[in-house]
Design a protein around this ligand. Structure first.
Ligand SMILES: Cc1cc2nc3c(=O)[nH]c(=O)nc-3n(C[C@H](O)[C@H](O)[C@H](O)COP(=O)(O)O)c2cc1C
Length: 324
């Protein structure tokens, strides 16, 4: 099976092409790692042995917190707690990345965003305040500091969250970014905060550690970002130093309106894959090993993410990967 074939992300070898994508579990205690959370990741690593587990989005600063139960990587005091997660994941032989996030106006901290525009599809969305250019740089530095913590905690790589209507995605989407400075307008400008974040993270963690970007490449909403934008963004992110493009939705969150099929973002992934030379990760709607294999064989992506199926059943891929 192609799914069982190894792959490289940057210079990091990954044993197979199955990925557990980031999923907030609410198993933390006010953002701290708990034994329940450690056990949850250990079970999936040991029983299903995905090549890569990307742990749930972690806030890079308390003011960028998405939810009360969200994991945090906002201070050095949390490094040892995250070490428990990476040790548990490594026990099963999987690689571990952490997803780094700032919620912007889609969280419980002060509502800040690219512009003073609420998230379009969210009920009771807060009306945010537009960030200044100085604050943008500060947030990029917070991403870099969090990445360095991740490295110290034993993660094999980091993922920058630019999807699902969180801060970086709010800059990327023309629906929420109405800026007229260098962070708004053209696609290149709307992606600038993410590109600069990749560059700052790279400076912080050095050349060897892979950086993934979860790109909410298309909003699938009138006036929103489109699949063709994702391909252009992919090339800019690759140039900036991204080693993996992890594709998902934008203002439509992780679902694609009107689509439930396995690999519902495949048409986007295909376009991005044709434009870049780094590996592309496709997630969404896969419920069976055969579906993941078919998407790989059809050349839609280099790796396949399986979220809810692994959330429900830690041993979902036990048979295919010979887990305990
Ligand atoms: C409970 C839950 C929590 C999620 N949390 C995150 C998250 O922290 N970061 C993220 O990028 N995506 C998150 N997602 C989206 C998943 O990573 C994935 O893209 C989505 O579930 C679609 O894949 P699936 O059909 O295989 O489940 C979450 C999804 C679910 C169901």
């Amino acid at each position: 099976m192609l799914l069982q074939e190894p792959v490289q992300i940057g210079s990091l070898p990954i044993a197979n092409r199955l990925v557990m994508p980031p999923m907030q579990t609410n198993k933390t205690h006010h953002g701290h790692v708990t034994e329940e959370l450690v056990q949850y990741y250990r079970d999936r690593a040991v029983f299903s042995r995905p090549g890569l587990i990307i742990t749930e989005h972690s806030c890079i600063t308390e003011s960028g917190r998405a939810a009360e139960g969200q994991l945090s990587i906002a201070s050095d005091a949390l490094i040892e707690e995250h070490r428990r997660l990476t040790d548990a994941i490594h026990e099963g032989g999987s690689r571990a990345f952490v997803q780094l996030n700032h919620a912007g106006s889609n969280g419980i901290g002060e509502a800040v965003s690219a512009s003073a525009v609420s998230i379009p599809v969210k009920k009771l969305a807060k009306r945010p305040r537009a960030l200044t250019a100085g604050e943008i740089i500060e947030i990029e530095e917070q991403f870099a500091a969090a990445a360095l913590r991740a490295l110290r905690a034993g993660y094999d790589g980091v993922e920058i969250h630019c999807a699902h209507a969180y801060l970086l995605n709010q800059f990327y989407s023309p629906l929420t970014n109405k800026r007229t400075d260098e962070y708004g307008g053209s696609l290149e400008n709307r992606l600038r905060i993410t590109v600069e974040t990749v560059e700052r993270v790279r400076e912080a963690i050095g050349g060897e550690i892979p950086i993934a970007v979860r790109l909410g490449g298309a909003d699938y909403l009138p006036g929103g970002s489109k699949e063709a934008d994702a391909a252009e963004a992919g090339t800019l992110l690759e140039e900036a130093g991204a080693d993996l493009l992890d594709l998902s939705g934008g203002m439509c969150f992780y679902l694609r309106p009107g689509h439930l099929e396995a690999g519902y973002f495949a048409s986007m992934a295909e376009k991005v894959r044709a434009a870049v030379s780094v590996p592309v990760l496709l997630t969404g709607g896969v419920k069976a090993i055969g579906e993941a294999e078919a998407l790989l064989r059809a050349g839609k992506a280099d790796l396949i993410g399986v979220g809810r199926a692994l959330l429900k059943d830690a041993a979902w891929a036990q048979e295919a990967f010979g887990g305990q």
